[in-house]
Ligand binder design. Structure first.
Ligand code: IMP
Ligand code: MG
Length: 455
């Protein structure tokens, strides 16, 4: 049935995160119900006697004494904390259900049907207190807790929760480690922070969509500032060699070689599992998927009258729409491209899985489904073969780390983004720029330092 509700839901779903919206709606209650209106001299002589009889006495009295002072603010913090304590409990209940394979039966699944897995509990209450000190959330009377406030609280809680178990951190590139389309600047505070994480024994991997087949030099150019930092650092080779780059979502793996001071390729046979090799070595199948994607993107460009304003670029494992110099595509246009390509490819793979195999003997195996990722990159749109979920999962298997030991930091967690898929494999932090990444890592480094001091 197509109700107005479902139309609204489907036209907005790609712009929202259901769990953050859920928390936002809960925090709106204390904001609306308990932020006191300032009564204008309600007990003055002008107030008729009959009105005073029914006026909300306790509020009037309290307000006249308390005004907008600290007491009110503390009360607000307390109420927000109560809500977040309840969300903490919902998450923990969800984790217990997950452990018994009963995820659909958790109360959180009933309240937020699209909710995924949690790999650690989240201490939201304490994180709120820390973020409130920075963002003055509870002090606000006109602006309720926002999407960005809640994202900051979730990031803080996730970093705190994983600090005692983390072994692998994966980072998106554009807008997470460096500006969109830019190279890693040598002056970035992230150079020192990433070196500190390596010093603490973590594995670090950049998991980026940028796909440059057999070309470590191109990745070295993008990561120049960081690699310069590595070469001049006093870290032992073993620590520096815990650094990896996974390019093209999951297609090309490189490792830092400290003796050479360069990235070197890792052969796919070393880290790709059989299930991935079945499609990754089938160039014909991959070309077929890219043909469908290219057709959908070209049709989109034509329907939106963008021919002449964009280029459609085809690579071995990707096809993208890139604006020509001086052209800026709106977010709506980019989302339209990404959603159209997603739909075309989903229908292509459904049709493939339903069509009978060429030979109809009972022993013939159907062709593998080629995974893909169609995403809005902020200023361009790409359809890549594979996705970051596979990239992170392969690194986890290769390095021997679990979901509660892995943290992926990225900027694209909406349904048209390319970081969202990693949520199935590990903990995540959602940033909007490299400065936020630095903030998170500063917190993590201080927790790791404190943990070491206590050992
Ligand atoms: P990420 O944010 O590090 O995942 O990088 C995404 C950006 O990389 C895209 O928005 C593109 O600008 C750029 N890019 C370069 N080559 C490719 C490719 O082959 N596939 C997808 N994105 C690419
Ligand atoms: Mg990005």
């Amino acid at each position: 049935m197509t109700s107005l509700y479902s139309i609204n839901y489907h036209t907005r779903a790609h712009k929202r995160d259901a769990f953050i919206e859920f928390i936002k709606s809960l925090l709106l209650n204390p904001f609306v119900l308990h932020t006191r209106p300032s009564f204008l001299a309600a007990d003055s002589e002008e107030t008729p006697e009959w009105e005073k009889k029914f006026a909300p006495a306790t509020r009037t009295q309290k307000n006249s004494h308390c005004g907008e002072g600290e007491e009110t603010q503390d009360e607000n913090v307390k109420r927000y904390c109560e809500v977040l304590q309840c969300v903490e409990e919902l998450i923990y209940d969800h984790i217990l259900h997950q452990r018994q394979n009963l995820i659909e039966l958790s109360r959180l699944s009933a309240l937020v049907p699209s909710i995924g897995r949690f790999f650690t509990p989240l201490p939201l209450r304490n994180s709120f207190i820390r973020q409130d000190a920075k963002r003055a959330i509870a002090a606000r009377r006109s602006v309720p807790p926002s999407f960005n406030d809640i994202r900051a609280v979730l990031n803080d809680a996730q970093v705190t929760a994983i600090s005692s178990t983390v072994k692998l951190m994966t980072f998106d590139g554009d807008m997470t480690l460096y500006a969109d389309g830019a190279n890693f600047p040598p002056t970035s505070s992230l150079v020192r922070l990433l070196i500190t994480l390596l010093h603490h024994g973590l594995h670090i991997a950049v998991v980026t969509a940028a796909g440059y087949p057999n070309s470590p030099a191109k990745y070295e150019t993008r990561l120049a500032g960081l690699l310069t930092g590595f070469r001049s650092s006093s870290l032992p080779a073993a620590a520096l060699e815990r650094f990896y780059v996974m390019g093209g979502e999951c297609n090309y793996l490189f490792r830092y070689d400290a003796a050479r001071g360069h990235l070197v390729g890792v052969a796919p046979e070393v880290y790709e599992p059989e299930a991935v090799r079945r499609w990754s070595t089938d160039e014909g199948l991959i070309a077929g998927v890219l043909d469908v994607a290219e057709g959908a993107l070209r049709a989109g460009a034509s329907e939106m009258k963008l021919e002449g304003k964009v280029d459609v670029l085809r690579k071995g494992r990707a096809v993208g729409v890139v604006p020509k110099d001086g052209v800026r595509l709106t977010r709506e246009t980019l989302d339209e491209f990404a959603l159209t390509a997603q739909r075309a490819l989903t229908s292509h793979s459904l049709a493939q899985s339903r069509s009978p195999p060429a030979t109809t003997t009972t022993t013939s195996t159907p062709p593998p489904t080629v995974p893909f990722c169609a995403f809005n990159g902020g200023s361009d749109v790409w359809v890549d073969i594979g996705n970051k979920l596979i990239g992170v999962q392969m690194l986890q298997a290769f390095l021997g780390t679990k979901g509660w030991e892995t943290l992926h930091v990225g900027d694209q967690f909406l349904s048209t983004g390319n970081d969202i898929s990693t949520r199935t494999a590990c903990c995540t932090a959602w940033v909007t720029n490299p400065e936020e990444t630095a903030e998170i890592l500063t917190e993590l480094c201080s927790l790791l330092g404190a943990g070491e001091g206590g050992k």
